[in-house]
Design a protein around this ligand. Sequence first.
Ligand code: ZN
Length: 452
Amino acid sequence: MLISAIRRWRIRRLYNAGEWSKARKECESELATSNYMFAAELMVRCLYNEAQWQALLDFTNHHPESDLGSYTHKAKRKLAEKIEASEGIPEPDHKQDWNATDLLSNWSQEGNRVWLRHPWGWVHWDMPEGFVLGQTHPSLLHLALEVLLSPWVPETKSWDVEARSRGQHHALSYSGGIDSTAAMILMPDNTILAYHERNFTSMLNHSLPYSTFEAIELRTNRRVLRIPSNHEKIRTFSGKQTGFSTANAACVHLILLADHLDLSSIAFGTVIENTWLEKGLKYRDFTQSHYWNYWPKKFEQAGLMYVLPINHITEAGALSICKQSSFSDVVNSCLRGHTGEWCGKCWKCFHKNGPLGRKIDPSSKEISHFLNKKPLRTAQHALWALKVQGLENLAPQLSNHIAKDLSWWEKAYQPGLELIDEPLRSFIEKRTTSYLEWMAEPYALISVDLDV
Ligand SMILES: [Zn+2]
């Protein structure tokens, strides 16, 4: 007993002195002793401090209980960043400087690849055969610049060119996840589905959306257009993590393709949590928001109707629609899964896969971490998800809220339909009614004001 305590003390001293490789070697010989947990956990921390990402992943793979600080997740991210850095960011053959006065001159095309010169470098899109940038209306190119660059180049917000007239077809910015699939189900069947495909190494795994696309193609004959791009790199130049520059950058592939595909609208799988609720916590009159009074007008200038076909539906409603559909077995929002399997440990798995009856590990690091964080992420939905999964014990601090009747959360909010223009509104209303009940007045939604 005493000897093993002395050995732990020695190892801790090495670790605290920054002697990580020595500490790790000592730990190795403790793995077969009663000091196992101590040694295994410290080995993970040493490997992390030594930036030995792959060795760390190999170790936690064999000793999953040793990762007490989400080091596996962090190491995967570091490894992806390292691979990305070695891959470099592609550049066009014909190079030009960023032009701050003639903004549209920053667009160019080489083969099927569309290039955008931005102030810090280049991003690109791989377009379908036959796409011609030169035949794309200037208002679309301006709108694309605004959704991609406005946080850093405010001049991209003021553009005043002849408006584009609307085309013929609806399109949906489709991710393959639950919300997006619910939007697909409520929209007309001839809506064009287009997926933004991150085309560089990252932690996101496309395999689950791909198996969803395959199933959609097989079962309905509808094809999901995939547009590879690295535009999520733009914001990394201002120190942010890879991701969309603005919420509407998620559909920039469709803005650029609007003439090629003859589009009249772009639809989004945005649920109540991001429309009628602020951060999922508090009700707001979305019709009065800056967002709603700004973006649809901008899209209209580019001849595109801005459609929120599930703004009147909660995440629980979206789950219910998918569950009742013919895609219930394939649709999945987890981005950490492998070969058609969800991870069961992430926040998405907790609040989407769990309520669908899929196996998850509610005691995982990430789920426990988010359940104890304030403010609670996607709060109203998280409360419902805890309740329907019978997991109240995981968050005793929320028990008052969970005790309430939350069945209204699975229903649709009629006033949301007013955000959708006719004739689409009646169409979506009819389809909604075939899947969900409507919330009763007075709406419980309006009194949502959570301090959790
Ligand atoms: Zn997951």
